[in-house]
Design a protein around this ligand. Structure first.
Ligand SMILES: Cc1ncc(COP(=O)(O)O)c(C=O)c1O
Length: 378
């Protein structure tokens, strides 16, 4: 099933979307920023939403047992992960899920470790629970967990939790099973609970293999996972995510979450997520193939127009992490001011000298954006 991407004509005038990605910049700017996907909804999702609107079925959500069953089916088919539907707790979004899990782990006033470059709200989430950010940067070339540094940080700082981003936004790294096994061993040895944000896992690209953290032997005793269909199926505005546990210890953490979280999850989000997870496989496979082609295109465009920009092709996500440190001045500012193309400055992710480019768009939009970026530097 072929996903239908926005074209350049859809980026101007009345056709321009009104979501955060499209509204935040001036109307002549091509936004390659916020992690929204420029696709038409997967048909099963569009049908489910249209049916709900036709029936004025827009009340509060009721996620049990549908959301848990849908995740269990998806996890088994895509990753061979046996999820107990009863161990899936609906939460409004990943942010709320992670923040409330950190609170449940008693993180207030204590360090919480994570590994930049990473999704900027990780700092905000730690701050909002009154914890202290403990940065243990990724190792480079290739980007990967710095297990020796994590060992030292766990021993020295005794963090209340380690917050893992898997796959990692913005570098697109799919952490290997052996790395995750070592992380779980460290967590067990030092008594550090793991919270894994796996929102990008459905976006693992052809050739890479995502290992759900809770499938690593021993992980379920020390970790809980936070998942959502929202990145892969572009459902962020509908709000639906899930906290998944896999052991009595994990369940005990989830049992301490505020009870009304589940009912604050969006009803349309639950309906759309269940439709996506149960009937979206063929569309998702088409999307992943299209994103692989988009990264081929991006590699060609960069080599031709911006050879000074370095990048490592991501193994997951639709995000490219560009090394712009060889460019003069402030390239992100120049791209925006002179090129009318918005990227996100890597400094926000803990990666100064880098920029994040959202390649989840149509081929003509991407080609136009890179041409404008190159022109802006001339
Ligand atoms: C790693 C990561 N976690 C969480 C989110 C946000 O998820 P939510 O909107 O469900 O809070 C994003 C959004 O891009 C993300 O990249």
């Amino acid at each position: 099933m072929e996903p239908v991407f926005l074209t350049l004509a859809d980026t101007v005038g009345a056709a321009r979307r009104r979501s955060a990605k499209w509204a935040a910049d001036d109307p002549d700017v091509l936004p390659l920023t916020v992690a929204e996907l420029d696709v038409a909804l997967a048909p099963p999702v569009a049908d489910a939403l249209a049916a709900a609107v036709a029936a004025s079925d827009t009340g509060y959500s009721w996620a049990v047992p549908g959301l848990g069953r849908a995740w269990a089916g998806f996890a088994a088919r895509r990753w061979g992960w046996a999820v107990d539907p009863a161990a899936v707790t609906a939460v409004p979004d990943v942010e709320v899920g992670v923040v409330e899990v950190l609170r449940a782990l008693g993180a207030r006033g204590r360090p919480v470790a994570f590994s930049p470059p990473v999704y900027p709200p990780f700092w905000a989430w730690v701050a909002v629970v009154g914890a202290v950010a403990c940065e243990v940067p990724l190792a480079r070339d290739p980007w990967r967990l710095d297990l020796a540094a994590l060992d030292r940080a766990f021993a020295e700082h005794r963090p209340a939790a380690y917050l893992l981003c898997s796959p990692q936004n913005p570098v697109g790294r799919v952490h290997e099973a052996a790395e995750l096994a070592e992380l779980v061993a460290l967590a067990g040895r030092h008594g550090v609970p793991l919270v894994v944000d796996e929102i990008h896992s459905p976006l693992t690209l052809p050739g890479a293999v995502h290992t759900p953290l809770l499938t690593v032997p021993g992980a379920a005793d020390v970790a809980v996972s936070v998942l959502s269909a929202s990145k892969a199926f572009n459902l962020s505005g509908l709000t639906c995510a899930a906290v998944v546990s896999g052991s009595p210890a994990g369940r005990a953490v989830v049992d301490r979450l505020p009870p009304d979280l589940t009912s604050r999850t969006g009803h349309l989000g639950v309906l759309a997520s269940v439709a996506a997870l149960e009937h979206g496989d063929a569309w998702l496979d088409g999307l992943l193939a299209a994103l692989a082609a988009r990264f081929d295109q991006l590699g060609d465009l960069l080599a031709r127009h911006l050879p000074e920009v370095g990048w490592t092709r991501p193994e997951a996500t639709y995000l490219a992490w560009l090394d712009v440190s060889a460019l003069p001045g402030d390239p992100v500012e120049a791209f925006l001011r002179r090129g009318r193309v918005a990227l996100q400055d890597g400094a926000r992710f803990g990666g100064p000298g880098f920029a994040r480019l959202n390649a989840g768009t149509g081929p003509d939009v991407l080609a136009e954006a890179v041409a404008r970026m190159a022109a802006a530097l001339r």
